[in-house]
Every structure is written in C-alpha cells, then in structure tokens.
Design a protein around this ligand. Structure first.
Ligand SMILES: [Zn+2]
Length: 424
C-alpha cells in the first residue's frame, strides 16, 4: 500500500483508455439491448402467444408490453446517468476532491479519513440514482397500478435504509480499512476472511432483525395453506422454523415467496399478495420449486461461488493497490487504501458486465432444475397455473427479445419454461 503522501499527476494512461472503452462498450451494449427489447415487445403487442391464449386476455398482454417498454426506457436513462456519474467521480476528479476535502478535517490515509471518503462516494452514487428510483415508483409503477407506496413511506424507507446501511456498513468499512493498513502484503486474504464471515452473519441477522424494520411478519399456523405447506415440507424432507405471511402489499402489488436464514433458522416467507392471488395447491407448487433450490444445493453453491469470486477480486485489488498507474489512470492523484477501494468498486462492474450472459445462463439452468424438482413433489399443472398468474400479475412480458433475455434473464422466458414443464 502506498503511503498517502505520494502525490501523482493525473495523466491519462493505458488504463484510462481501457476503462473508457469498457465503459462505452458496456453502456452501448446496455442501450442497444434495451432498444431491441422495446422494439420486440411492442412488435408482439397485438397477439397473445398461442400457449397463453386461454389464460391471459389481450388487454393484460398489452399492459405487460407497455409496462416492459416503459421500464426499459427508464433503464436507458439509468445507463446514461450511471455512466456519467462514474466518469465524474473518477476521471472528473471528484474522488480526489473528496479525499482532499476530508483530508483538511481528518488525517489523510487514516481509517477515519478512508471511511469518510468511501461513505461520501457511496452517498453521491446513491443520490445520482434517486430521481429515477422515485420516478420508477411514482411514475411507472403507479401508472400501471402496482405502486402502493406513499411519498411518506418512500422517504421513511430511504431514511431507514440509510441508517441500517450505516449501522451495518460502517463497522465493516472500519475493519476492512484497518486490515488493509495493518496486515502487510497479504491484507486481501484477511479482508476476504472477514468478508465471508460478515456475509454469513448477515444471512442470520437480516431476516431476524432487519426485515422486521420494514415489514410485518405474521405466522401462519392454521388452515388449508398451513396444512399444505407442512405436507410439502415433509415430502421434501425440509425443516423450517416457521411459515410467515409478509405484508408486501404495503409497498407493491407484485407477489413473491422466499426463504430466509439458513440451518435450523430457515423461515419461509410468503407475500400476502401471493397468498391472496394463488390457490393453496398453487402456493404449494411454488414452494416446492423454492425447496428445489435448497435441496439441489443451489443456495450453498451460490455462496461458495461468490466466496471464490470475492477472493479472486480481492487478490486482484491486492496487485493493483501498489501500482501508481492504477490511481493515475482513473483520476486519483493521491493514492490511499480507501481511494483504491472506491475506484475498484466503481470501475470493476463495467468490466464484469460482459460476464453477465454466463451468470444469467447458469441461473436459468438452475431454474429448470428447481422446476423439475417441484413437479416431482407437487402437481405440474398447479405450477404452470401459478406461473401464468405470476407473469400476469407482475405484467412480465411473454415475448421478450431473445438476445435481451439471453443476456439478462435469471429466469427462463415464460413460454420456454412452461413448455418444458408440460413435457415432464
Ligand atoms: Zn427459482
């Protein structure tokens, strides 16, 4: 790690150009895919695909097309705002400026200075994304009838998220910066151990202490739903510490089901919006799919993969952090651990964007596997009916652009997924 007193000049170097090329390519690809998606969806707006003609009325199909197009257009604006923010923060010299500004109050290079620098970078990035986030909720979601959020709740959520983020994030930042400063050449290995431990701790803390700050959880212990859930859990050999109904309808009419926690503390959470819309056998089928992810070790494999990726990424930062050209090329004149971390966290996603089709493909494969598991423990027809209702309620398009879908979609397109279910 460089002592903070070394001051470099900010001159464009090979990394500057590499970053500019990656940033432009990623942005252009994102814009191009969004445009393809809008065109494809609108071109197929006037006819419900054959598989769905009985279940989905034309009006719902058209609503899904318009909703998808509206979201994609806003997504294009997001791409432009994100890229501009990134440029201003890095090559525009804002990180350097913030580092100097905090340096007049706190000792440059010290943990407190680094924490202040990173928090202010995250704050600016969050601020840049706020207008489109508000428009997404009160413009698009409201126009299509999904939003249940009031401006008051939006602001209260924002305040709560910020406070929770600070309470959970600041100790981590302090620990990481401290290790970077004290642990010598192998600091990245220590940071990795702390990061993995922190992630596992969060998986326990989040459902028990954080989620209840935002939503109400009511245990479901009686009735047909509870009985069916208990039966499917028994069939799948799954132990959980309870079934809960979550008041998702407070914010949105989109439905969902998920598991939280791990080990013996696993909870099953169903959104009230899902329960009000699906029949108990359909909820059972959706749950069997989620259980499939557990039983097939998708969750554990996902955690192992992300631990391996974070080790590789931290090792890479360990190699870059002592290189003057790394800072110089990205608009920072005074190297510090915190500046390196900020640059790395901002710039790396632009390079990793091109790996997205691989991760999406991997995720879709696991969805097919969970579907196959689900229909061996529940009725296939129930899962198909549940999926059709969920697609309709979420106004998810039935006719995505194939290339857009291959690039981004974590779940297979509806038609392919249901066709596969019908052959099992
Ligand atoms: Zn799934």
């Amino acid at each position: 790690m460089q002592p903070a007193c070394i001051i470099l000049s900010r001159v464009p170097n090979a990394l500057t150009w590499l970053f500019l090329v990656a940033l432009s390519l990623a942005a252009l690809t994102r814009l191009w895919l969004a445009r393809r998606q809008i065109r494809y969806v609108l071109a197929h707006r006037d006819a419900v695909p054959a598989t769905f003609t009985e279940a989905i009325p034309l009006a719902a199909h058209q609503k899904a097309a318009d909703y998808t197009a509206a979201k994609s257009r806003l997504g294009m604006l997001d791409v432009l705002i994100n890229s501009a923010t990134l440029l201003v923060l890095t090559l525009g010299g804002v990180i350097q400026w913030l580092s100097d500004a905090w340096g007049s109050l706190l000792q440059p290079g010290a943990v407190a200075h680094g924490t202040a620098l990173l928090l202010s970078v995250f704050f600016l990035q969050g601020l840049a994304g706020l207008p489109t986030a508000a428009y997404r909720t009160f413009g698009i979601e409201a126009r299509f009838g999904f939003n249940r959020m009031t401006p008051g709740l939006f602001l209260a959520d924002l305040a709560k998220h910020t406070l929770v983020g600070l309470a959970l994030g600041v100790p981590l930042l302090l620990a990481v910066l401290w290790l970077m400063g004290r642990m010598g050449q192998l600091w990245w290995l220590y940071v990795w151990i702390v990061w993995v431990a922190y992630s596992m701790l969060m998986m326990m803390v989040y459902p028990a202490f954080i989620l209840p700050l935002f939503n109400k959880f009511t245990p479901i212990t009686e009735g047909e739903l509870a009985a069916r859930v208990a039966a499917v859990l028994a069939r799948c050999g799954f132990k959980s510490s309870g079934l809960y109904l979550m008041d998702g309808s407070k914010r949105s009419s989109h439905g969902n089901a998920f598991f939280t926690g791990f080990g013996a503390a696993k909870r099953i959470v169903l959104f009230d919006t899902l329960v009000s819309r699906l029949q108990p056998p359909e909820v059972e089928a959706v749950l069997a799919h989620e259980l499939g992810h557990y039983r097939l070790h998708h969750i554990a494999k996902g955690m192992a993969l992300s631990a391996a990726v974070s080790l590789a990424v931290l090792w890479l930062l360990g190699q870059l952090i002592d290189q003057p050209w790394f800072y110089q090329g990205l608009g920072v004149a005074a190297p510090s651990d915190a500046a390196a971390l900020a640059l790395f966290l901002l710039v790396l996603p632009e390079f990793l964007f091109f790996v997205q089709p691989l991760t999406s493909r991997y995720s879709r494969k696991r969805e097919y596997e969970a579907d196959a598991y689900a229909v061996s423990h529940a009725e296939p027809a129930d899962l198909v009916r549940a999926l059709v209702k969920l697609y309709q309620d979420n106004a998810a398009t039935l006719t995505p652009d194939p290339l857009h879908s291959a690039f981004y979609d974590s779940h297979p397109p509806a038609a392919m997924r249901i066709a596969r279910l019908k052959t099992i």
